[in-house]
Unconditional design. Structure first.
Length: 109
């Protein structure tokens, strides 16, 4: 794993999101709880909506375009919807957000 520093935990509000631009495209970072952060593709599997503009609830995000709900843990669409978004390893260390760049680049190879 190749961990890169992408900012601070406080850069993302509770139940909020931010995006990070990478060579592989935009990665959405979601904060669900005090120190719980998830990283996924920013693009909805349904109609390519910007997931970072969606609603964060529990460990899920709802796409702002057509209300598809995705698990932030697995990337799987919830309910009757079928599809998946990419998820990436991210961790919080000493208040800093670290993203596994190798995993991000591997998903585009």
């Amino acid at each position: 794993m190749s961990w890169i520093d992408i900012g601070t935990l406080n850069d993302i509000p509770l139940r909020g999101s931010r995006i990070v631009k990478t060579e592989a495209g935009c990665i959405a970072l979601f904060r669900t709880a005090e120190t719980e952060v998830f990283a996924t593709s920013n693009t909805c599997a349904h109609k390519k909506g910007p997931l970072s503009e969606g609603i964060v609830h529990d460990r899920k995000v709802t796409c702002p375009l057509h209300n598809w709900v995705f698990s932030l843990e697995t990337g799987e669409a919830q309910g009757a919807d079928k599809g998946r978004i990419a998820t990436y390893p991210v961790k919080v260390q000493d208040g800093r957000l670290l993203l596994d760049l190798d995993a991000v680049l591997a998903k585009v190879a």
